[in-house]
Ligand binder design. Structure first.
Ligand SMILES: [Fe+2]
Ligand SMILES: [Fe+2]
Length: 215
């Protein structure tokens, strides 16, 4: 599989593990669940979702998009998605001591874990519905060969395998309050640091075509 297909498949794994994290936090708040499993959740989100998945987007896919497509480096989709990675990593680190702790700050843990999950789900929806299909079609159109990302290292692979155990132990639960969807409107950066598909991704030729058809 090429990088873009890999990233799509990885989103499924991340989403499933976010559902397991929701079940785990609920269990912990109810005095159940093994406190020792916090480490495996943190390893998965830090190493596999962060250092592996997000880093390959930043190190492999995004530089190629900036090099071959009319995408601005200082704002727009790439800058926005990088900023979202950083913001989510900060939320994860705020949550980490509470997830691994012995309790006492349940409301704060619930708040941070909910924010982390919803931010990451909206990020994945924006990537699945805009970034990845646009990148795939436009890079092919620009004659760029299929991308390959680096393989996971030993630590990242262990963190990934740990997620299967967590999902079996803490069956993923749906978040009825999460707003899911497709397109730019789902992206928290839309209208703030990114102006959306047509303004950020379309070439001059596409705009000329559009204006011509619109008369
Ligand atoms: Fe991302
Ligand atoms: Fe992603």
């Amino acid at each position: 599989m090429g990088l873009i297909e890999d990233l799509r498949a990885e989103h499924v794994v991340i989403e499933r593990t976010l559902g397991a994290l929701r079940t785990y936090v609920e269990a912990r708040l109810g005095g159940r669940g093994d406190p020792a499993d916090a480490g495996a959740f943190l390893a998965f989100f830090r190493l596999w979702a962060g250092r592996y998945h997000h880093a390959r987007e930043e190190d492999t896919l995004f530089p190629v998009l900036l090099a071959h497509l009319p995408i601005r480096p200082d704002s727009g989709p790439v800058r926005s998605l990088v900023d979202q990675h950083a913001a989510m990593a900060r939320t994860l680190e705020e949550m980490a001591p509470l997830l691994a702790g012995s309790g006492g700050q349940g409301a704060r843990l619930l708040d941070l874990s909910t924010r982390y999950r919803r931010d990451l789900l909206a990020h994945i929806d924006a990537e699945n519905s805009v970034l990845l299909p646009e990148a795939e079609a436009r890079l092919r159109g620009a004659g760029v060969p299929a991308l390959t990302g680096r393989a996971a290292d030993a630590e990242e692979s262990v963190a990934r395998d740990g997620a299967d155990r967590l999902v079996a132990l803490y069956p993923p639960s749906e978040d009825p309050g999460a707003i899911r969807g497709e397109g730019c409107v789902i992206c928290p950066s839309y209208g703030i640091s990114c102006e959306g598909l047509e303004r950020e991704w379309w070439s001059e030729e596409e705009w000329d075509d559009f204006r011509e058809r619109a008369g």
